[in-house]
Design a protein around this ligand. Sequence first.
Ligand code: MN
Ligand code: MN
Ligand code: ZN
Length: 287
Amino acid sequence: MLLGAHMSIAGGVFNAPVRGRSIGCDTIQIFVKNANQWVGKPISDEEADKFQETKKETGIDPVFSHNSYLINLASPDDALYEKSVNAMLDELHRSEKLKLPFLVIHPGSHVGSGEEAGLKRIAEALNTLFAKTKGYRGKIALETTAGQKSNLGYKFEHLAYLIKAVKDKKRLGVCYDTCHTFAAGYDLRTKKAYDATFKEFDKLVGLDRICAFHLNDSVKELGSNIDRHAHIGQGHIGEDGFRLLLNDERFENIPMVLETPKGPDMAEDVMNLRVLRGLIRKKGRKS
Ligand code: MN
Ligand code: MN
Ligand code: ZN
């Protein structure tokens, strides 16, 4: 399995693979700019080249991105919607400059306008973004959400709706967040529940749409709709759910990254990666 964690880009984007390597990541997720700001300093050619060098040196692969928290492609407010589409366009340019395979995004929040209106808005935004970035290799991966407040994407049907409404379907993928889907009511703690969840996902979305997994345990219970990440094995999902996922051969080549709480020394990532790797059964040995 390809395991890793979200890594800071402090001091330059080229530092992220080095940080990831220092704690034994195979793969990492990064922001392509400060996630709490609308505008970022452009990525220079030198910075982009240096990123390719450190990526190669460390062997971290893939490196993929996550969008800024400010962006809301479902916003009913025209000014905020337009600002969000432009900011997404900038993120797509940055990801492309770094040759990243996909950019994970939160679909959006309808903020009271209703789910149908919100989903329409997101579909329109995605079609605009793909039309404005023709020829780009990077995909957009819609993240499953917990359904907190008016966040969309907490039902597999929401993702299915967006895939259907988007013209350039081959550039659309999905990022499956274990904490979010669990909080949204999709269980994976037993073999039976796990199989049912992914059968449902496959029927509505398609397993082949999955670009990445976010591995987070959940502080809150099944169906709580509350997004709080716990360390692996220390939340309501527990080790059994992660064991099922980590030994599912269908996902062997899909990058899986932690987004669990951590301090600057990343000791928590080291601990969580050790727990995850401990759950993987050795090849050729039965349970
Ligand atoms: Mn996310
Ligand atoms: Mn996530
Ligand atoms: Zn979350």
